[in-house]
Design a protein around this ligand. Structure first.
Ligand SMILES: C[C@](O)(CO)[C@H](O)COP(=O)(O)OP(=O)(O)OC[C@H]1O[C@@H](n2ccc(N)nc2=O)[C@H](O)[C@@H]1O
Ligand SMILES: Nc1ncnc2c1ncn2[C@@H]1O[C@H](COP(=O)(O)OP(=O)(O)OP(=O)(O)O)[C@@H](O)[C@H]1O
Length: 289
């Protein structure tokens, strides 16, 4: 979503920093520096954080929203690091809705959205190398495509056109799951990549059928780190109409896929009731930001 408005204080640009969902995450090797080689099909959701920027002489960051308290406010916030990388000063507001350290790219998506917003504000191009902001930043810069295939350590990204919209329920236990720890826990680092050709021009049922044969290779290691993830799978699997369950990224967020928005909404409602302490959200996937 891109909203541009002009207010008394100058141009205001607001962009969505959508949740990043790894529909697949195959770990295919490890580099000498310890980083893992990946092959992942990523889709972006119609929900996330919101970044608003307005030109200013110095950069400042205001964080609001339901997850504001849990978000780092210092110079380590990826929004400020992204502004620094762009070399553009602005007053930035981060409206934080996504859970932190959740496997759905919160910080990386905020960083990518900040780059997009500041690029619109200043007319400057987004730098080619954004990996210093985290391995997921590059794929999050492709959120405007709706879907992308990511490989290398996250540095190789190509759009994945011709895929349908999917209806999902995202569930996070409100327990942070540290990415480095999950990668460290991995037992097998040499797994098969996805097929060279992704499905093309298929419907949701065909795509979900294909996804069933793919994997998230971090799942087992994440469950070892945070056993509550196994409870999320169990809760999702018994929701009526659930066609597939999987973890996103390094967890702990897991998702279920459903045939339509109504079935997903009713599954989300049921999970809200049975697990009031969890973050639960119905979402459409493959929605260009
Ligand atoms: C799990 C994923 O979210 C899948 O999209 C990403 O691979 C992680 O992306 P990210 O959170 O942006 O990762 P970074 O912040 O760059 O790295 C966090 C830690 O994850 C590990 N890491 C990350 C990416 C990668 N390809 N191999 C790794 O081993 C490294 O130990 C690193 O210290
Ligand atoms: N804007 C931000 N939002 C959330 N976390 C941030 C932000 N800036 C920095 N961080 C730091 O980044 C760490 C990872 O949080 P994030 O929400 O990006 O994880 P994640 O969803 O697991 O990411 P990924 O899916 O890319 O691995 C947190 O521990 C937090 O301290």
């Amino acid at each position: 979503m891109k909203d541009e408005q002009t207010q008394a204080g100058g141009e205001v640009i607001e962009v969505l920093a959508p949740a990043k969902i790894n529909l697949t995450l195959h770990v295919t090797g490890q580099r000498e520096d310890g980083y893992h080689l990946l092959d992942s099909l990523v889709m972006f959701a119609d929900l996330g954080d919101r970044i608003t920027v307005r030109a200013a002489d110095d950069t400042s960051l205001e964080i609001i929203g339901p997850m504001a308290e849990k978000t780092p406010h210092g110079t380590d916030n990826l929004v400020l690091r992204a502004a620094d990388l762009m070399g553009v000063t602005a007053h930035i507001t981060l409206d934080k809705h996504l859970p932190i350290a959740a496997g759905i790219g919160g910080g990386s998506s905020d960083a990518a959205a900040t780059l997009r917003a500041l690029s619109q504000l200043s007319g400057r191009d987004i730098p080619e190398d954004v990996l210093s902001l985290g391995a997921d930043t590059r794929v999050c810069c492709a959120a405007t495509h709706g879907a992308a295939r990511m490989s290398g350590i996250g540095d190789k990204v190509v759009g994945a056109p011709g895929l349908p919209e999917l209806h999902a329920v995202l569930v996070n236990p409100n327990v942070p799951c540290e990415t480095a720890r999950v990668y460290r826990n991995l037992k097998n680092r040499e797994n098969a990549a996805m097929p060279d050709e992704l499905p093309q021009d298929c419907d949701a049922a065909e795509l979900i059928g294909w996804l069933t044969g793919q994997r998230n290779d971090l799942q087992e290691a994440a469950i070892e780190a945070e056993p509550v993830i196994a409870q999320i799978f169990a809760a999702l699997e018994v929701t009526p109409g659930c066609l597939l369950t999987r973890m996103s990224g390094s967890g702990a967020t897991c998702f279920g896929l459903y045939a339509d928005a109504e079935t997903a909404a009713s599954a989300a409602g049921r999970l809200h009731q049975t697990h009031p302490g969890w973050w639960v959200s119905a979402a459409r996937l493959n929605t260009p930001a």
